[in-house]
Design a protein around this ligand. Structure first.
Ligand SMILES: *Cc1c(COP(=O)(O)O)cnc(C)c1O
Length: 403
C-alpha cells in the first residue's frame, strides 16, 4: 500500500503545476487545516515521536526552542509559552498586578477572552468603540474613558491588522498605563516596520488551530522586551513555584506542552510564506470583486496603517440587511463563512451588569450586523476564490430587496 501514498503526492503536484485536469470546485471551506498539515506530515510525525521518546511532555526543550524563535520572529527579547491565548492575556494582567479596584480598557468587538481576562483578575472591564474601517479600538474613545483607576489598555489587532498603536502609545505614556497587545490574530503583522508583540509592554499570542500559526490543539505565548515581565510571567504560569514546591506567588497552571511546541517548530519556518499567500489572496479577492462589479454592493476590507496586514480573516461588510441571507445562500453553495462577531461583548448576557445599553457603542453594534468573513486560508486556489465571488454575484443578481 506504499504506492497509494505516492499516487496522492504526484496528484497534488499535477494540480499545483497547472496540469490540464482540474477538478471542478463544488464548495470552499472556511478553513482547511489538513491542506496545510499534509505536506508537513512526516516532519510533524518525526517531531512528535521525538517528544514521546524523550518523555519530556511539559515545558521541554521544544518549548524553549519555540519561545526563542517566536521572540525573534516578533522582534521581541523574550517569549513565555503558556496553555492558550486566553491564558496569555490572563497571565499578562496577573504579571502586571492588575486586580480589584483597577480598570482596563478593551474593545467590545473582539473574541471573548480579551475582556474576560480582566474580570478574571478582579478588575473592571471598560469597553471602547471601534474605528469602522479597521474594526480596531478607537483611540479617541479610549482617551474619553480613562479614569484615575485605569491601569491598562488592551488593543486587539483584529483580523490581522494592527491597531493605531502610535496614538495608543501616546495615550498610554501620557497616562502611565500599560499597553498589552492582543495579537492572537496577528502574528507577523507589522506596524511602521515593527512587529505585533513588540509594540506594547507585552504581546499575547494564540496558537489555536485556526490562527495564522496554528498547532494541533491549544497553546499560547506572551512576548515582552522587558526581562522583568518575562520573569514574572514564567513564574506565574507554574503556580508561582520557584524552586520546586516553594511558591513565591499565587499563579496558575498554564504550561505549554512539548507536543504542541514540537509541531509549531515544524510549522514556524513556513509562516512567512503562508502570510504572503494570505496577502496575495486578499488582493485577489479585491480584484475579483472589482471585476464582478461588486465593489459598490459590498464594503471590502482595507489596509489603513503603514504596515503589514496578515489577513487572519478577510471580512466584508454586507449592508442593506443582506448579510444573513447572503450567508445562507453561500451555505447552500457550500461556501464556509463566519460572523466575527454576531454579539458584541458589551451586549453579552454575562456582562449585563456592566450596563452598556443598546446604542452605547454604535460602530461596534453596526459592525456586528454587517460583517461576514470569507475563506482566505493560504492554500485556497484561484478557482476556489472565483467560486466564492461568483456565488456572491449570483446572490445579488437574484436577491430580493431586503431592508
Ligand atoms: C483566539 C483569540 C484569543 C484566545 O486565544 P485561545 O488560544 O483560543 O485561548 C484571544 N483574543 C483574540 C482576538 C483571539 O482571536
Amino acid at each position: 500500500m506504499a504506492m497509494s501514498n505516492e499516487v496522492t503526492i504526484s496528484d497534488g503536484l499535477e494540480y499545483a503545476t497547472g496540469s490540464t485536469y482540474c477538478p471542478p470546485v463544488t464548495g470552499v471551506p472556511l478553513f482547511d487545516i489538513q491542506r496545510q498539515m499534509a505536506p508537513l506530515r512526516s516532519e510533524i510525525d518525526a517531531a512528535t515521536a521525538s517528544v514521546f521518546d524523550s518523555g519530556q511532555f511539559i515545558l521541554g526543550p521544544e518549548v524553549k526552542t519555540l519561545e526563542s524563535r517566536i521572540a525573534k520572529f516578533c522582534n521581541s527579547n523574550f517569549a513565555v509559552g503558556c496553555a492558550s491565548g486566553s491564558d496569555a492575556l490572563l497571565l499578562a494582567l496577573m504579571a502586571a498586578d492588575i486586580g480589584v479596584g483597577d480598570e482596563v480598557i478593551v474593545p467590545s468587538y473582539t473574541f471573548f477572552s480579551t475582556a474576560s481576562a480582566v474580570t478574571r483578575v478582579g478588575a473592571k472591564i471598560v469597553f471602547a468603540d471601534i474605528e469602522p474601517k479597521t474594526f480596531n479600538i478607537d483611540p479617541t474613545d479610549v482617551a474619553r474613558r480613562i479614569t484615575n483607576k485605569t491601569k491598562a489598555i488592551i488593543p486587539v489587532h483584529l483580523f490581522g491588522q494592527c491597531a493605531d498603536m502610535n496614538t495608543l502609545c501616546n495615550i498610554a505614556h501620557g497616562n502611565d498605563l500599560l499597553l498589552i497587545e492582543d495579537a492572537a490574530q496577528a502574528i507577523g503583522a507589522e506596524y511602521q516596520g515593527r512587529r505585533a508583540g513588540s509594540l506594547g509592554d507585552m504581546g499575547c499570542f494564540s496558537f489555536y488551530p485556526t490562527k495564522n500559526l496554528g498547532g494541533p490543539g491549544d497553546s499560547g505565548m506572551v512576548t515582552s522586551s522587558d526581562e522583568r515581565w518575562a520573569d514574572r510571567l514564567s513564574l506565574l504560569r507554574v503556580h508561582g513555584m520557584r524552586p520546586r514546591y516553594y511558591h513565591q506567588a499565587i499563579g496558575i497552571n498554564s504550561r505549554l506542552d512539548s507536543l504542541q511546541a514540537a509541531v509549531l517548530n515544524v510549522k514556524l519556518p513556513h509562516l512567512e510564506k503562508w502570510t504572503e499567500m494570505r496577502i496575495k489572496n486578499a488582493l485577489k479577492y479585491n480584484q475579483l470583486f472589482g471585476a464582478a462589479g461588486l465593489a459598490g454592493r459590498l464594503e471590502l476590507p482595507t489596509v489603513e496603517i503603514v504596515g503589514r496586514h496578515v489577513w487572519n480573516q478577510y471580512v466584508i461588510r454586507v449592508a442593506g440587511g443582506h448579510r444573513d441571507a447572503l450567508r445562507n445562500y453561500l451555505k447552500e453553495a457550500k461556501v464556509g463563512t463566519e460572523i466575527y462577531y454576531p454579539v458584541p461583548l458589551h451586549r453579552q448576557a454575562c456582562f449585563s451588569d456592566l450596563d452598556y445599553p443598546n446604542g452605547s457603542l454604535p460602530e461596534t453594534e453596526k459592525a456586528a450586523i454587517v460583517t461576514l468573513a470569507l475563506p482566505i486560508f493560504p492554500e485556497i486556489t484561484d478557482e476556489e476564490q472565483q467560486y466564492v465571488v461568483q456565488k456572491i454575484a449570483a446572490y445579488f443578481e437574484s436577491a430580493p430587496q431586503v431592508n
